[in-house]
Write a protein that binds this ligand. Structure first.
Ligand code: MIC
Ligand code: SF4
Length: 643
């Protein structure tokens, strides 16, 4: 078996391990962050389970840390108290980004991790089966329920050779994105192997598994080996290590070979992580802002490299350099060894340990500005400025450019600095609050920002409505439910958020949907790529959206739609996309019967009310998903099954 099969087999609850067939796995650990966490805990509370049933569940505060009003602080209070009550560890704001801290303090090779954040696969860097999901799926897992997914294909990414100086893990994953695109990983686990693996440290591996999310992959995983053992030992967690490797005769569904020594510094150009060029081919572009951090590149070794490159220098006068170390541990170590002083004296602006600019919480660039970032996503407008041009680069390229003022290949800096992994990380978990032993005494605090979330109802006889919007390929959940410093504080207030749903594509969409009393969304390929935010399903639900008809869907978003009782329909003939124009009225007759038939492989027909013409669509669902849709969503289904 390969590593993926071993991890799945040891957690399999039901189903057969045949690619694309539905399987259910036991979840050992969960993580949430604040922007998806409020909803996950409201849903967990609605399930009425007193204590989490996982081995470890952790609630992080890292996204909404810009407290411009009471809203974020309210959410933090709610999450802290709900966590205390129900047996969940609470990582306070300032302690760092969920994925970085989880890797440092909680992740364990061989375990499963389900997180309400699409970059949860970061844990694959230490041999976890770490998967991103919607909040409701995480809530169910906290309650001891299995996680259902399509058995992925396993793509063996064979790494050969060794990275040259100035070439980084970021460049490796950008190379994978260049080859496979943002759709290339759909339905797959990217399993890394080959001789090159042992040359990569845990933070480097984690950068690669983190950005596997941008491939649309179910997750990515590295073996757990001596390098993993050394990392966990340095974290004071040697006992958490187990070895995990593929059998010598393991079989894979696909294979790609990456020669590490042939990679050069790469850059993802606006506005997609797969729009890859060589840095040297487009160097010289004037840069206004450089942001270093995010769950992809904010480890101790990343930050030490940055500090060494900045030491004794001053950044270019036209550049604003902002740096957010990934965790309190990283920040503490930089402060203790003097590296922070080198960063500060070069002119960098230091941000608290959190997501910050990556999710548009502050540091929105100027109009038309060029911003180089070490983040994982450069979707249009995500930085908070629609006209900004965001390029994704490694920390090394980021510093070289911050110093010169133009996009610069780091080779121009001379000899690459040597940064080694520490033998001991500075361990101080004083911002992690363990749950109360007797949870029933804890009072959950709910401020006015915590609003009830929309719930769907059983499928009606016919599902009718007009097409409310028609959007192109690769629409992200940042389009469907934008996030920025103004909107993120309302993640626990879906009625408010709904007024911004799909507005980057069409500012009139919410008003049109309300006026029409709901209807259908028509979309191209890979609809809903990117973030796991289930608000991208909840906000349409609030506006009465009944079905999305797309050429194809991204995995997490499709699950979120089903969990909320919205039909994810796929065109049988892609040319029918053109006939489903805005304002045209359609109906799905005998919807329940058609949904039942679809689970057995039958085609669903959507009828054009005016012409009577039928459009054939597919609903690629399992029997369980059929029952969830018929019940009007996972909460209704779970309640009905628990009675
Ligand atoms: C993101 O990077 O887009 C986020 C913000 O971390 C999201 C979660 C969210 O929308 O809250 C993700 O990646 O899932
Ligand atoms: Fe936070 Fe950005 Fe990572 Fe999302 S991608 S978890 S916003 S740092």
């Amino acid at each position: 078996m390969n590593i993926t099969e071993k991890l799945i087999k040891s957690h399999l609850v039901s189903g057969e391990m045949i690619p694309s067939k539905e399987i259910a796995i036991k979840i050992d650990q969960t993580l949430t962050q604040d922007s998806t966490g409020t909803m996950a805990y409201l849903q967990f509370e609605a399930m009425g389970i007193p204590r989490v049933k996982t081995e470890k569940s952790v609630a992080y505060i890292d996204h909404n840390t810009l407290q411009t009003g009471f809203e974020n602080a309210d959410d933090h209070k709610y999450i802290q108290t709900v966590a205390q009550k129900h047996g969940i560890y609470f990582s306070k704001p300032g302690n760092g980004i969920c994925h970085q801290v989880h890797l440092e303090r909680f992740g364990k090779p061989g375990k499963t991790l389900l997180g309400s954040d699409s970059h949860t696969p970061t844990g694959g860097g230490i041999g976890m089966l770490a998967i991103g999901a919607g909040g409701l799926d995480v809530a169910v897992a906290m309650g001891g329920g299995a996680y259902y997914l399509a058995m992925p294909k396993v793509c063996h990414v064979v790494l050969t050779g060794k990275l040259n100086p100035w070439v980084t893990a970021k460049d490796v994953i950008l190379e994978v994105l260049r080859r496979l695109s943002v759709k290339g990983g759909v339905g797959k686990v990217m399993e890394y192997g080959g001789e090159g693996v042992k040359t990569l440290s845990v933070p480097q591996r984690a950068t690669i598994t983190n950005m596997g999310a941008e491939l649309g992959a179910t997750t990515s995983v590295f073996p757990s080996d001596a390098v993993t053992k050394a990392f966990l030992t340095a974290q004071g967690r040697a006992d958490d290590w187990i070895e995990l490797k593929a059998d010598d005769n393991a079989i894979y569904d696909e294979e790609i070979i990456i020669a590490l020594d042939e990679i050069e510094p790469l850059v993802a150009c606006p506005h997609s992580p797969d729009n890859i060029k060589k840095v040297r081919d487009i160097s010289g572009i004037a840069v206004d802002q450089v942001a270093i951090g995010s769950c992809t590149n904010s480890s101790y070794t990343d930050m030490m490299t940055v500090a060494k490159l900045l030491k004794g220098k001053t950044i270019n006068p036209n550049v604003s350099l902002v740096i957010a170390p990934g965790s309190k541990q990283v920040m503490n170590m930089l402060a203790a060894n003097g590296a922070l002083a080198d960063i500060i004296s070069a002119g960098a602006r230091i941000l608290e340990c959190g997501c910050g600019p990556c999710i548009g919480m502050g540091q929105a660039p100027a109009t038309n500005a060029v911003s180089l970032r070490t983040v994982n996503r450069n979707f249009e407008g995500r930085s908070g400025t629609k006209s900004a041009q965001v390029y994704i680069v490694s920390p090394e390229t980021a510093v070289a450019s911050a110093l010169s003022g133009v996009l610069t290949d780091p080779h121009t800096l001379g000899e690459a600095p040597l940064v080694s992994m520490p033998d001991h990380f500075m361990v101080n978990d004083n911002l992690i609050i363990p749950p109360a032993p007797e949870g029933q005494c804890v009072k959950v605090v709910r401020g006015p920002n915590i609003q009830p979330f929309p719930k769907n109802t059983k499928v009606p006889k016919d599902i009718s409505g007009t097409v409310l919007i028609q959007v192109e390929d690769n629409i992200t959940t940042d389009h469907i439910m934008p996030s920025n410093a103004k909107l993120l504080p309302f993640r626990s207030n879906v009625p408010y958020l709904a007024d911004y749903c799909l507005t980057p594509c069409d500012p009139d969409f919410p008003a049109r949907a309300k006026k029409a009393n709901g209807g259908f969304i028509v979309a191209g390929q890979n609809y809903g790529q990117g973030s796991s935010r289930e608000h991208a399903a909840l906000a349409p639900l609030q506006l009465g959206v009944k079905a999305v008809i797309a050429k194809s869907f991204a995995r997490i978003h499709m699950a979120n739609l089903i969990n909320n009782g919205i039909l994810p329909l796929v065109f049988v003939n892609e040319w029918d996309y053109d006939t489903m124009k805005v304002n045209v009225q359609f109906t799905i007759k005998y919807a329940a019967d058609q949904i039942k038939g679809a689970a057995e492989g039958q085609i669903v027909q959507i009828t054009n009310v005016q012409t009577g013409e039928d459009i054939p669509v597919k609903l690629n669902i399992s029997e369980r998903q059929r029952d969830i849709l018929l019940a009007g969503g996972l909460l209704n289904y779970t309640k009905a099954n628990n009675q």
